[in-house]
Design a protein around this ligand. Structure first.
Ligand code: MEV
Length: 312
């Protein structure tokens, strides 16, 4: 790395995310509900003569025509930053639908702003992360970066951006890696092409998903986990109807439901990647069932809002 030793290092973090409901529809302007998870990415950045970036074992320098160096150039350009040396650590499986790319984009944007001694601010960080994401995902809705920035539960539309959501009761989720890594760019493109061939099918599916997402918001605000689980199952059916599910995703959903999950669905772009399962209480039995079925799994919790326990 060619950071000049006297230049200060700035650091930043971005959370991974799970889309609870509404993926893909959000690209077409519908709302989605997403939440940050504790796994994510952290970055440090320092001004340098020439930009370079290292992510784990992968490294890249300005001008080498790799996606990584182009993404760094885009973020620096968006934030008005000159060349920087950037190092990133990721503790999230990439290509799994858990927002690895957005987590990195948010971490890098935060680190660059910190290295320049600038106040971060949501709009600046999200603009930087969007510049990063565009290199890898073409036309992202922005939901992943918004959840990576917020770390908690958000309501998101492309037009309105992120809005913090009231969570009445904690949501315990088991997450498993059901399929091979999948490309978000490719899956979004597949849906676009399906829409060209069958606009009626896509239109009806998107309208259905929008209703599910709006009802899910009411469930989360009321602490009705059983109803939320049913809406997740219905969302999975509509996603499968758009050819976004796989046999492994369906098997993982079945394993979770047999083990008592209130609902289970793919999360993110589909075509592989992760499945989330909502537990009635602890997610431990669902995580154990996933593991017994041969999947890599872990658990996460979407915390209740601070005011949730207060009696009005
Ligand atoms: C990916 O996490 C969510 C998608 O809706 C793509 C996007 O919103 O940019 C599939």
């Amino acid at each position: 790395m060619n950071a000049t030793s006297n230049n200060p290092w700035g650091t930043g973090r971005g959370n991974g995310k799970t889309v609870l409901l509404g993926e893909h529809a959000v690209v077409y302007g519908m709302p989605a509900i997403a939440a940050g998870i504790s796994l994510g990415a952290s970055a440090r950045a320092s001004a340098a003569e020439r930009s370079s970036i290292r992510i784990g074992e992968q490294s890249s320098v300005a001008g080498d025509d790799s996606e990584l160096s182009r993404a760094l150039e885009q973020v620096c350009g968006e934030l008005g930053a000159g060349p920087h040396s950037v190092e990133v650590e990721v503790n999230l499986p990439l290509g799994s639908g858990l927002g690895g790319s957005a987590a990195i984009g948010v971490a890098v944007a935060r680190a660059l702003l910190a290295a320049r001694g600038e106040q971060e601010g949501e709009a600046r960080v999200l603009a930087g992360a969007a510049a990063w994401e565009r290199v890898f995902h073409g036309n992202p809705s922005g939901v992943d970066a918004a959840a990576a920035y917020s770390g908690s539960c958000i309501w998101f539309t492309k037009a309105g951006g992120p809005e913090p959501m009231f969570v009445a009761a904690p949501l315990e989720l088991a997450i498993c890696l059901a399929g091979p890594p999948a490309s978000t760019k490719q899956m979004v493109e597949n849906v676009r092409q399906l829409g060209e061939r069958r606009p009626d099918l896509l239109g009806k599916s998107l309208a259905g998903i929008e209703v599910l997402v709006k009802n899910a918001r009411l469930c989360i605000e009321a602490g009705d986990r059983s109803a939320l689980g049913q809406l997740m199952n219905l969302n999975q059916m509509l996603l499968a109807g758009l050819f976004l599910s796989t046999p492994e995703i369906e098997r993982a959903c079945a394993v979770a439901r047999d083990a008592g999950a209130l609902g289970a669905k793919l999360t993110g772009a589909g075509g592989g990647g992760a499945v989330i399962a909502l537990a009635e209480a602890s997610a431990a039995p669902l995580e154990a069932a996933f593991r017994e079925a041969g999947f890599t799994a872990f658990s996460t919790r979407i915390a209740a809002s601070p005011a949730a326990g207060v009696k009005l």
